[in-house]
Design a protein around this ligand. Sequence first.
Ligand code: ARG
Length: 472
Amino acid sequence: MSDGGSGNKMWGGRFASGPDAIMEAINASIDFDKKLYAEDIAGSKAHAAMLAAQGIISPSDAQSITEGLDTILSEMERGEFAYSARLEDIHMNVESRLAELIGPAAGRLHTARSRNDQVAVDFRLWVKKTAQKTHAQLRDLMEAFLQKAESHAGTVMPGFTHLQTAQPVTFGHHCMAYVEMFARDRSRFADAIRRMDECPLGAAALAGTSFPIDRHATAAALGFREPTRNSLDSVSDRDFALEFLAATSICATHLSRLAEEIVLWSTPQFSFIRLSDRFSTGSSIMPQKRNPDAAELVRAKTGRINGALIALLTVMKGLALTYSKDMQEDKEAVFDAAESLELAILAMTGMIADMTINEESMQAAAGAGFSIATDLADWLVREIGMPFREAHHVTGRAVAIAEEKDCGLEELTLAELQSVDPRITQEAFGVLSVEKSVASRSSFGGTAPDNVRAQAQAWRERLSAQGSDEAV
Ligand code: ARG
């Protein structure tokens, strides 16, 4: 194939000279879009088969194209493919090698197609595959939490608001909070997958094609539900990638909050959990230290993941329809965010599955800070009909006495409680324990151990009803 002296065999026909080195450097995407090699070859094979089935190219050309593409795939998989920046991107690297392998028939592959629909289909396939993998990995994380929730349905710990001890809760309930969050994250990926499951191949450069192509056939061959309906939209939107990044950012934010809790809980001051040796690091100078580096990195990776979402939103916001080269900048952000999220989920699943729970520390902290004060107020409301506001006030005075005496509410004498309100009886002591406190919170969604067990069971059933390889 002659390149007219331009240096590019694919589009050089009307150019008298090749690109400046800087032009080549800013233009080339092969360093990162080679990640799309398998998708690019799958897309080309589906396209070639369709062209032959429609009588647009001959069966023998289709066959040599397919064989050539298979050879290229194996060269790439063996690490033997010589990628060239001069050929800009993955699409032209593949096509150029195909020409070397099979000669002029290679030039027929690009009939009724453009790099604009080609990159759109490659990238969609990659994002869809990756979102499916994330969806499956989140299930493993949920299962790690379910296991902990079941073992610790009745383990008490302090619940916090403002990071101040608020009311006792169960550790199982806290674990189930994350099960709910990661379940919503999974459903965000599943929703995004459903929406991106349309094939843009055949939109060609932007307007469709005059060849009698069969877009339903290529969509089906590539595992898409159906073809996209508008050629302009097909080559110009990247909202599938944005949705993936948005779901990734929200999920990373959940992981980051969890990471922060792990960092806190594993300090000697809290001492609620101990991370396994497999997920801890030591200090090179302080021999006593066990550092939660993995949790810290999960927390930090949220920064670059959120950055990726903002980067792509910003790339896209000012682009007139349809394709602009700006859109080549869509890939690195997505690749980096996907890799970061995968590591974060896997590290967190390992940390949760392996960590040991220090029930004594949790129990001791659960009762500290007058965490059962609300239980006394509730008793006053329930048993002697006091309006809650007044009960709050009365309990506050009891807390002040206990604070003065430096003891817990349950350690006050009846006489001391009655000095605050004479209607208080011995029965009030019946609610003044963290175990009774959590057991009493049996309202739907509350922290009572029986609720935790029922919710864990319900999630087990929901997950097993979905099967291990649910179609998303
Ligand atoms: N490497 C390009 C990208 O990632 C492929 C599409 C190029 N299309 C074009 N009209 N120059 O966006």
